[in-house]
Design a protein around this ligand. Structure first.
Ligand SMILES: Cc1cc2nc3c(=O)[nH]c(=O)nc-3n(C[C@H](O)[C@H](O)[C@H](O)COP(=O)(O)O)c2cc1C
Length: 191
């Protein structure tokens, strides 16, 4: 399975790192990773990870300015595109088909080729522009999967909250994530 993982400059770069760490050991998954300029800025601001770590985690790493990359074309077969986290800027670009960077272009390609597109928008509060863009993209078939913690899984650490999000994203592609805690129902729930 070939997956594009686009990482933009919204807060939450650690989610992308954790997703890449989860995908790396999977022999059936090949990641095509694109960090925007501000994703690298936020990597520095929000985490202790470096660009070299991203290079080590990605199967193929692309420059967000490289619109001639293979994944910029619909003729290059990929199974899906994940944008995690997705900034309001990239969300808006995708919603209007304005693809001046590779991440937005891969989303545009996913929409036109009817491939799975999972957007994880992060902003709060949301204004009407953000909400309208999400609604429009949802109607076009994109999955809007914002990082929103669930408390039925009784998270005890930030790691637990991140794991839940990673599980939800991997579920979209039928991939199992060992560290995700699922609601099981009954009096005990997930405990
Ligand atoms: C520390 C930091 C946190 C940010 N958090 C957000 C955010 O949560 N959501 C958002 O839409 N933009 C956020 N931004 C602004 C984006 O980085 C900015 O709009 C940028 O142009 C996005 O471009 P990109 O989508 O190409 O990465 C943040 C910027 C910085 C420096």
């Amino acid at each position: 399975m070939d997956l594009v993982v686009g990482v933009t400059g919204a807060s939450g770069t650690i989610y992308a790192i954790k997703l890449l760490e989860a995908l790396k050991p999977l022999e059936n998954v090949r990641t095509h990773v694109v960090f925007s300029d501000y994703a690298y800025v936020n990597l520095e601001i929000e985490t202790s990870y470096k660009k070299a770590d991203v290079e080590a985690l990605a199967d193929v790493l692309y420059d967000d300015h490289d619109l001639a990359a293979d994944i910029a074309s619909g003729s290059f077969p990929v199974d899906g595109v994940i944008v995690l986290p997705c900034s309001m800027k990239t969300l808006a670009g995708v919603a209007v088909g304005f693809c001046d960077h590779l991440i937005a272009r891969t989303c545009d390609v996913a929409l036109k080729e009817k491939r799975r597109l999972v957007l994880c928008p992060r902003e709060t509060p949301l204004n009407a522009i953000h909400l309208e863009n999400m609604l429009k993209l949802s109607r076009l078939g994109a999955v809007i999967l914002p990082p929103m913690p669930a408390f039925y899984s009784h998270p005890e650490t930030v790691e637990d909250i991140i794991d839940h999000q990673i599980m939800k994203i991997m579920d979209q592609f039928g991939l199992d994530y060992a560290f995700g805690r699922r609601w099981k129902g009954g009096p005990e729930g997930v405990r």
